[in-house]
Design a protein around this ligand. Structure first.
Ligand SMILES: Cc1cc2nc3c(=O)[nH]c(=O)nc-3n(C[C@H](O)[C@H](O)[C@H](O)COP(=O)(O)OP(=O)(O)OC[C@H]3O[C@@H](n4cnc5c(N)ncnc54)[C@H](O)[C@@H]3O)c2cc1C
Length: 444
């Protein structure tokens, strides 16, 4: 596996301290031993891979999933648990000028469909995922950001078919939404909810196994080669021969699995902290009692939510470099921003901190489809830090494509193959100037 960050980013260091690991068990899986022949092999055991496995197995397809470490090792087991709109970061105007209004509305509709897909899956499987929050709220960090939120409110009906609520600064306290250095108002969109991602992963994995999928942990795919059967996936202790392959590795992708992916994704780190449970007095002292999940209006945003067990989760961009020192600094920065934004909790114990990787695409949109000229290698990836809903949904969409039963649900803009970033394996050098520029306009 040729990867573009140091080995540290793919090891235990950034993951150490992940709160979700303490909240529930995942099914115990064996490593692949020996050779197998299947209809479809899936590489990667996050939301994308598991959702695809569940969908395929339910349709009677012989499917095997190979995960390098364990289910949810990647971003799916370490995210903030915002099941929300998103997946791409191309704005309305950019989508309109590049693809036209209908294509933009197709993509916005898919964002909403992704949230509904997760909701329906939770209900169908009868999962308890510690759900809370009625949609999501964006908080204005500067007075002038309210104009942007007002514009977004106008577009919300057209984009998502629901009404957004603009909240004046004077109403925030009454709603239990007082950040330290005051927010200047907010905008709520009633789509999405918070959840425990590990509980959702467990639900997907158990349902996929029940439906007949074979899931393997500790089975990294070291190479993919064409053979008479389709494709041979080489693991340390066996080979899986598959007619079709789904690559579901997102931010943990390699440049060579398959080779087409080289330079076509940008891994970016994010860091999260969780406090010990807060008392009612502590919540009142800060003026933050809402269970509404939120994020701020910064370019490099913070995301935060009070969870049903009264722990507070707070996340933001992670390190650009990878390594123990960069990770330590990212955790210090996250802690400092949390204390700045919620000063009444400046001495509250932070029980857990961790980091993980998301993936960006040059065109700022996810890709779901067949890798060109691959004869049956598919992928779904690049959710730009919003893959709880979109990754789960994209797993189902790519599974439908593999079955030849694509129903037109996948918006056109998500079927356009990923294009290359400049600078090849050192493309992360593109990030510091971009981050620097964005941070210049940010308040925190
Ligand atoms: C800190 C953090 C916070 C986030 N918060 C949110 C949030 O609140 N809401 C939201 O919507 N999104 C959030 N995201 C993004 C979201 O978690 C991801 O978009 C989503 O989980 C991607 O799922 P995936 O299955 O495509 O990839 P991943 O979950 O990253 O899974 C990829 C898997 O592939 C495996 N793999 C890689 N190479 C191989 C190989 N060669 N062989 C076998 N296996 C391999 C990896 O081990 C990994 O487990 C966050 C991400 C991070 C890191």
């Amino acid at each position: 596996m040729q990867r573009i960050l140091s080995a540290y980013a793919y090891g235990a260091g950034p993951r150490a301290g992940c709160w979700w690991d303490e909240t529930c068990d995942l099914p115990k899986l064996n490593a692949l031993q020996g050779d197998l022949s299947v209809d479809v092999a899936i590489i990667g055991g996050g939301f994308t891979g598991l959702s695809a496995a569940l969908h395929l197995a339910t349709q009677g397809v012989k499917v095997t999933l190979l995960e390098a470490q364990d289910i949810g090792w990647g971003a799916s087991g370490r995210n903030g648990g915002f099941c929300c709109l998103g997946g791409g970061i191309a704005g309305d105007d950019a989508l309109d000028s590049r693809y036209g209004r209908d294509a933009r509305l197709g993509f916005r509709n898919a964002e909403k469909a992704a949230v509904l897909f997760v909701e329906e899956t939770i209900n169908r499987l009868g999962l308890d995922v510690d759900r809370h929050s009625k949609g999501e709220t964006e908080f204005a960090c500067r007075p002038k950001d309210m104009a942007g939120l007002a514009k977004m409110a106008k577009r919300t009906h057209e984009n998502y078919g629901v009404e957004a609520t603009v909240i004046d600064q004077s109403d925030l306290a009454g709603l239990g939404m007082t950040g330290g250095p005051a927010f200047f108002g907010a905008l709520s969109i009633p789509i999405g909810f918070g959840l425990n991602p590990r509980k959702l992963l467990a639900g997907f994995a158990l349902a996929a196994i029940d439906a007949g999928a074979d899931l393997f942990a500790a089975s990294p795919v070291l190479g993919v080669a064409r053979n008479g059967h389709g494709h041979a996936l080489k693991c340390p202790q066996g080979v899986v021969n598959a007619q079709q392959v789904i690559v579901a590795t997102n931010g943990y992708s390699s440049e060579d699995i398959p080779i087409w992916l080289a330079s076509r994704f940008m891994p970016v780190q994010s860091t999260v902290l969780v406090t010990r449970p807060l008392s009612n007095a502590e919540l009142d002292a800060q003026g933050w009692t809402t269970e509404q999940m939120g994020y701020d209006s910064q370019n490099l945003l913070h995301y935060f939510r009070l969870m049903p067990d009264r722990r507070f989760l707070f996340g933001m961009r992670g390190a650009i470099r990878s390594g123990p020192r960069a990770e330590m600094k990212a955790r210090q920065r996250t802690q400092a921003d949390f204390r700045k934004m919620f000063p009444a909790w400046s001495t509250v114990e932070i029980s857990n901190m961790w980091s993980g990787m998301v993936s960006l695409a040059r065109k700022k949109l996810p890709f779901v489809g067949e890798i060109p000229a691959s004869n049956g290698i598919w992928t779904a990836m690049c959710y730009h830090g919003n893959g709880v809903a979109m990754g789960s949904y994209a797993g189902k969409l790519v599974a439908d494509m593999v079955l030849g039963r694509a129903t037109g649900e996948c918006p056109e803009v998500m079927t356009k193959p990923l294009t290359k970033f400049p600078l090849g394996r050192v493309r992360r050098m593109l990030l510091p100037p971009v981050y620097g520029q964005l941070m210049l306009q940010d308040r925190f």
